[in-house]
Design a protein around this ligand. Structure first.
Ligand code: SF4
Ligand code: SF4
Length: 72
C-alpha cells in the first residue's frame, strides 16, 4: 500500500508542525514559496509514508490531504 500526500500550497503557512509530528521525518519545508511568501511544506519521500495522518491532523490550516494509492 502506498500513500500520496497532497499539500495545498496556497494554504500552507510554513509553521513546521507537520515536520515535528511525522514519525518518518519525511516532511520538509521546501524552497518553494506560495503567493503569500510562505515556504511551503513538502514530503521528500512518499514511499516511506505510513498513512498515519498525523501531519494532516496537526496542520492548523488543513493544507494536507493523504490519499491511499493502489499498488500495481
Ligand atoms: S501521513 Fe504520517 S507518515 Fe505520512 S507524511 Fe504524514 S505524518 Fe508522515
Ligand atoms: S502544518 Fe500545515 S501550515 Fe504548517 S507547515 Fe505543515 S502543511 Fe504548512
Amino acid at each position: 500500500m502506498s500513500f500520496k500526500i497532497k499539500i495545498d500550497k496556497a494554504l500552507c503557512k510554513s509553521c513546521g508542525l507537520c515536520l515535528g509530528v511525522c514519525p518518518k521525518k519525511i516532511m520538509v519545508i521546501s524552497e518553494r514559496k506560495n503567493r503569500l511568501g510562505f515556504r511551503v511544506a513538502a514530503c521528500m519521500d512518499e514511499k516511506k509514508c505510513t498513512g498515519c495522518m498525523a501531519c494532516a491532523q496537526v496542520c492548523p490550516d488543513m493544507a494536507i490531504e493523504i490519499f491511499q494509492e493502489e499498488q500495481e
